[in-house]
Write a protein that binds this ligand. Sequence first.
Ligand SMILES: [Fe+2]
Ligand SMILES: [Fe+2]
Length: 248
Amino acid sequence: MLTLFDANGHKKVCFHDLTSGHMFQANQHVVVHANEALVLDPGGHKVHTKLFAEISAVVSMSQVKHLFFSHQDPDIIAAANAWLMMTDAKGYLSSLWMRFITHFGIDELVVSRLVAIPDEGGTITVGGQPLELIPAHFLHSPGNFHVYDPVSKILYTGDLGASLGPDTIQVTDFDAHIPHMEGFHRRYMAGNRALRAWAERARKLDIETIAPQHGAMMAGKPLVERFISWAENLSCGTDILFAPGVPS
Ligand SMILES: [Fe+2]
Ligand SMILES: [Fe+2]
């Protein structure tokens, strides 16, 4: 567990070591403001069991009032029903995935606490503090959001910025880090046009840290800018798969 921000009644904590075995390493973030908490991309069942036990070091479960699901993948929503059953939190998810999340066994008792996020985004207000839901569609999911915390100035980017391999929490050398991100982004991200739209949005935010769901985060404005500019210039997804000369 790593505390990323703690000042003026606002706290942001990252759990980075709850995945194990064959699972793709994943980070779970918890934002606490005043008397409420938000869990970002809480993950699947094994992570749920561990996070449920460990979260009490940060906040009591009865204060978890919000669950954010950046998109529909199992490493994000597989345990959505358990979280909804064991809290009285609302679960926020792209409107595109509302009819699919119920296939993970969302109980009739809690389904009314799912909140559809419209394509244009919105806010989640945690203990009176609004956090912004930033559209990041097709990066990689067609219905996908990031969360900007204007207090800590941390942009949580879900799968965007994910890295595989290095056993580190913070990126120090961006050039050395690129090979750990590149393969994943070139295959999973839908295309450069989506990255450019995201970069334009990201540049309008005052970001101190890019915090992805997988792997290391990028802290400090120079690293944030390096990442945004790397992303906006990346060819990926359909740019590559359907490029002239590439067999389909
Ligand atoms: Fe994903
Ligand atoms: Fe993921």
